[in-house]
Design a protein around this ligand. Structure first.
Ligand SMILES: [Fe+2]
Length: 629
């Protein structure tokens, strides 16, 4: 097997952290490694550090309804949002986005110059970003947040043939790996957090040993409105509300833009930048601050956004980016959370994707950051962690309303997964357990016990502000429903997150987990394979490992079974795939690794036609499912 991309499994590389005095400029000329950005403008930017006025690129003027000439490779031939066509074909979509008002206000004359109110709004925006709330903290300073391969690519990429540079793509790998992640369409005008970028999908379509890559924005309402306006219209959720004065100023400015018709929040404010999910015959791009967006891949590998989906008017406001689909029943379980009661709402979809009624969880007493959850065959399990929302903190302390509360005791909530109300929901206090992602859970002892596997953030106070200081310890948590006792033990000493497993085992006992190695977070320097059966010995569960090598970083791995429909296949008979980027060479690859191999041997490496920025979550959709979309 080929190992040219690996380094020692136990090699550990600590990147020099950027200084946190807010004065060291990153090399903005390194942002897009595509050669499509005018170098001169970026050089000027790095010299003057006036981030608020810089665009990544100047896209050509866009006409709604424009179709893509796929015979060309022009990365700027962007397809317009096609929600209306989706509505016509499917008949079950949320209100189609209004045509963005752009800079043309009601009653005004179309002009290349923005109307006076817009000029005033933008001037106020600059005042807020430069004087009231400049990006001083490293966690929201674009020079740090968007350094190296966290920088956005400058444009979209139509389907482009890739070169297999190592090994062979196995015939059973037939479909597309699609990964979501933030890619702000404009360089930030002020504070910017890693979670705040517009969602971009990077899809590598594989068929008969060949591959093509396509990168497209999710055409959210926010993306489309801001693209047409030519600048950002709304404050960013994670970075735009720090301190009372800045929050009030940005809130007032947003209200003014809405009143002037520049943006209609009823059509959604989300970024759809977090993950994807396939259920009910639809593929969705997800972000937890909005409804799902339906996307599809065309036969040539191109990505289309079909529209924002409200499930026939039954889904309100938002949905988690981490729904769980039971592979045996086809049902999908989900939730939403928010700052006003009920702080948590649980719901599920039948096999056909029909949403069932909401189950409001009023026993969630405070707003909590519920990013993920787990299901078993009998239950849904939620984590009420120490990260929450406190408006009083913003008012009294002048900081962010979202943060960790060290006085809060974490809890796990268990509700029968088909319950229609919360009367049988039980909460278990678990001090020190701060789960942001869940890997899996299952029932034991006839349903009298639940086992959950998840990374526990040991330094939760750093989750939003200093991700490089996060240590996530994958733990096995056992809830005895008879006694109420919760026991926990770690499965590895490593700093692990972005963990996945064989999707056929969602909700039932599984053995193998594949997790990204934080070095430091959010950089992922390798992938390890954990064998949960070793947990009984209370020993390190790592049984496989591949480090990507010096200056090489990946992201969340994904497990693709070798035989999709063979229930007799071994749980680990398949491939672990991931995008990996070499920061020194500026090149990205798509790796296919043998999941059974202790060294996760490389089966194939595909050189990508251009850089794929680091991102969040993805999935593999097999060809048989792609053609149904
Ligand atoms: Fe996530």
């Amino acid at each position: 097997m080929m190992n040219s991309l690996t380094s020692s499994c136990f090699a550990s590389r600590k990147l020099p952290l950027p200084p946190h005095n807010g004065t060291n400029p990153i090399n903005l000329t390194r942002f897009p490694a595509t050669g499509t950005v005018a170098p001169s403008s970026l050089t000027r930017t790095s010299r003057h550090l006036k981030i608020s006025s810089v665009r990544i690129e100047e896209k050509p003027s866009h006409t709604e309804g424009t179709t893509v000439d796929k015979s060309t490779s022009s990365p700027t031939s962007v397809r317009s949002p096609s929600s209306s066509s989706y509505s016509a074909r499917k008949g079950a979509v949320s209100p189609s986005p209004v045509k963005p008002k752009s800079a043309t206000l009601p009653g005004s004359i179309t002009s290349t110059e923005p109307p006076f109110p817009v000029t005033v709004f933008n001037a106020l925006d600059d005042i807020i970003n430069n004087f009231i709330d400049p990006p001083l903290r490293p966690s929201v300073n674009p020079r740090y947040v968007l350094s190296d391969n966290f920088a956005p690519v400058a444009d979209e990429l139509p389907p482009t043939e890739c070169e297999v540079v190592q090994g062979f793509l196995p015939p059973s790998l037939d479909g597309a790996y699609i990964r979501n992640g933030p890619n702000p369409q404009f360089l930030p005008r002020g504070p910017y957090h890693l979670f705040d970028g517009d969602g971009m999908l990077h899809a590598i379509r594989i068929s008969r040993g060949r591959a093509s890559l396509c990168s497209r924005y999710v055409k959210t309402h926010k993306y489309s409105a801001e693209r047409d306006a030519g600048y950002s219209l709304l404050p960013l959720i994670f970075s735009g509300f720090h301190g009372l004065t800045a929050s009030a100023a940005r809130g007032a400015l947003s209200a003014a833009r809405i009143l002037m018709g520049q943006f209609n929040p009823m059509n959604g404010i989300g970024l759809a930048n977090t993950s994807l999910s396939l259920f009910g015959g639809q593929l969705y791009a997800l972000g937890e601050s909005d409804l799902p967006y339906v996307v599809r891949l065309s036969s040539d590998g191109d990505i289309e956004t079909l529209g924002r989906h409200d499930f026939g008017g039954k889904l309100f406001m938002s949905m988690t980016a981490h729904p769980k689909t039971d592979p045996n029943t086809g049902e999908t379980f989900a939730f939403r959370y928010g700052p006003v009661p009920p702080f948590l709402t649980y719901f599920w979809f039948d096999k056909a994707g029909n949403k069932q009624p909401d189950v409001p969880i009023f026993s969630m007493l405070r707003p909590s950051f519920v990013h993920d959850f787990a299901i078993t065959k009998k239950y849904a399990v939620f984590a009420d962690i120490q990260i929450g929302m406190s408006p009083m903190k913003l008012i009294m302390g002048g900081g962010s309303p979202v943060g960790a509360d060290s006085t809060k005791v974490s809890r796990l909530g268990v509700i029968p997964r088909y319950d229609t109300n919360e009367t049988e929901m039980r909460w278990f206090e678990v001090p020190g357990l701060n789960i942001i992602h869940a890997i899996n859970a299952w029932d034991e002892e006839g349903g009298d016990a639940i086992v959950m596997v998840a990374p526990n953030i040991l330094s939760v106070e750093h989750t939003l502000e200093r991700m490089d200081l996060i240590h996530a310890c994958v733990e096995m948590v056992r809830i005895d429903l008879r006694t109420g006792m919760v026991t926990r033990h770690p499965l590895s000493v490593r700093n692990l997150d972005f963990a996945v497993m064989n999707g056929a085992y969602v909700g039932k006992k599984n053995r193998y987990v594949y997790a990204g190695v934080g070095d430091p977070m959010p950089r992922i320097s390798g992938v390890v394979k954990l064998d949960l059966s070793l947990s009984d010995r209370r020993s390190e569960c790592t049984v496989g490992c591949r480090m990507y090598g010096k200056t090489c970083y990946g992201g969340e791995p994904f497990f693709v079974p070798r035989h999709m429909d063979n229930p007799e296949a071994d749980e680990d008979d398949g491939y672990v795939v991931s995008y990996v980027h070499d920061e020194r060479a500026g090149e990205s690859k798509f790796l296919v690794m043998d999941a059974k191999s202790p060294s996760l041997d490389i089966v194939a490496a595909v050189k990508l036609p251009r850089r794929v920025p680091y991102g969040f979550h993805g999935l593999f959709v097999r060809e048989a499912d792609l053609i149904k979309l």
